[in-house]
Design a binder for this molecule. Structure first.
Ligand SMILES: Cc1cc2nc3c(=O)[nH]c(=O)nc-3n(C[C@H](O)[C@H](O)[C@H](O)COP(=O)(O)O)c2cc1C
Length: 413
């Protein structure tokens, strides 16, 4: 990778979490690698780490307030703007729940948050949330992370281990060495360097609706969040992404072409038109297996009789792609299982001729439909099985794309 940090201007933002005690070491490592470092610390951060230590290791004054001392002649009174222009990358570690909320809302009442807004467009922002695991997985924190991810920030999930509260689990900030590696990777990898750059990827997402009559339908709880996260992550890697989605309440990720459909047959027809031209087909939609044989025109009237609904099978979109795919094309599917688990996922991988399947267990709290996190086990056609921890869906999507990239390169395409 060479020394990508040499001569780079890096701002380190430090918030009020216990992990702030590790940040002088982070600043030292960045300096050792040749980076020019400026530090912005929140009031909370300054309670956990000494500004004197940070100033000493960075060799620069440490910024906290956005307001400079007025009696200093020659002060750059709009330091947040000049530093925002100066920076090649912004690393926020640790990022507290509080600061994530401020950043996602666009508040800027201290130097750290003002710099986030003043940073020049396109400059990488790496955010390392660190907090108690339950705090991290709370709907508010996950919502703020989703907003920041959609804005293009890289959110690096905390690690599992012992926490300051005495509990153990998800929440630890990665070690400074690992933060430096993430930054190096980001500065080194541009979308052009991804094997998916310029490749056509089709992702299906969300539920389908199968009409019973003009006002009723059969559907499922899929929210589309996983499929949208995959589409977003693929677009970030420079892929040409088409998202075929059932009815969901989600915004289209930047740079993604979206096709809205309703029924399984519509999803089938829309997807089929891309079978030949796409490089990778990711079936993340929860397509209804059956549909009413003869949907009623208009609204069915209630009477005292029981009614019988005859259901007929819908086509299996992913299996069709799996069977038709040519060399150079990859088929990736999902298996949401309630009981039989991994064995069933492996069976699906083989019968549908997939290259990779992501198995997730259905429990409605930590993984599967509607929730913001997922616990995936990736199984590839060579039998390589990778168990991922509970991750926000955006992070799970990144890991899935890493696995797809590996398979694609391994296949020699
Ligand atoms: C001992 C102690 C440890 C804390 N650790 C964390 C933490 O790891 N992560 C976090 O999000 N908040 C943590 N907090 C809460 C934050 O310090 C608090 O929300 C503060 O307002 C954050 O301010 P800032 O975001 O401006 O830095 C901790 C508070 C205390 C008293």
């Amino acid at each position: 990778m060479g020394n990508v940090l040499r001569g780079k201007n890096i701002i380190v933002g430090i918030c009020g979490g216990i992990a702030a005690y590790k940040t002088p070491q982070l600043v030292r490592l960045l300096k050792k690698n040749g980076a020019n470092v400026r530090v912005a610390v929140t009031d909370g951060g300054a309670r956990f780490v000494s500004e004197l230590a940070l100033a000493t290791v960075s060799g620069e004054r440490v910024y906290r307030s956005i307001f400079p001392p007025v009696d200093t002649t020659g002060t750059d009174y709009t330091r947040h703007i000049s530093l925002g222009e100066w920076a090649d990358a912004f690393v926020i570690a640790p990022a507290t729940a509080n600061t994530l909320a401020k950043l996602s809302a666009g508040l800027c009442d201290d130097m750290l948050t003002a710099l986030f807004i003043a940073l020049r467009p396109g400059k990488p922002v790496l955010i390392f949330p660190a907090m108690d695991g339950q705090m991290f997985l709370s709907p508010s924190v996950q919502r703020n992370i989703a907003i920041l991810t959609a804005q293009g920030c890289s959110i690096i999930s905390p690690e599992s281990g012992e926490l300051a509260s005495g509990l153990s689990g998800l929440g630890r900030m990665p070690e400074p060495e690992s933060i430096v590696s993430s930054l190096e990777e980001t500065l080194h990898s541009s979308p052009e360097s991804s094997p998916l750059h310029g490749k056509s990827i089709v992702v299906t997402a969300g539920p389908t609706r199968e009409k019973i009559d003009g006002v009723r339908f059969i559907s499922n709880y899929s929210s589309g969040k996983m499929g949208f996260a995959i589409a977003r992550a693929a677009a970030k890697r420079g892929a040409l992404v088409t998202l075929v989605t059932g009815p969901v309440h989600l915004e289209t990720p930047p740079g993604v072409t979206r096709l809205d459909v309703e029924s399984a047959m519509e999803m089938h027809n829309a997807s089929q038109s891309f079978f030949k031209g796409c490089t990778i087909f990711v079936g993340a939609a929860a397509v209804s297996d059956y549909r009413p044989a003869a949907p009623y025109e208009g609204k069915m009237k209630k009477d005292d009789q029981e009614i019988e609904l005859t259901l007929i099978k819908n086509p299996d979109i992913l299996a069709e792609f799996g069977m038709q795919k040519a060399p150079g094309q990859l088929a990736v599917g999902f298996a949401l299982e309630t009981q039989t688990g991994l064995d069933n996922a492996r069976k699906k991988l083989n019968t549908k001729n997939l290259d990779l399947i992501a198995f997730n267990f259905f429990d409605r709290k930590t993984s599967g439909f509607e929730v913001d996190t997922n616990i995936l086990t990736l199984i590839d056609k060579d039998g390589v099985t990778t168990e991922l921890p509970q991750l926000p869906k955006d992070s799970a999507a990144e890991r899935l794309l890493d696995a797809i990239e590996k398979l694609y390169v391994k296949a020699g395409y």
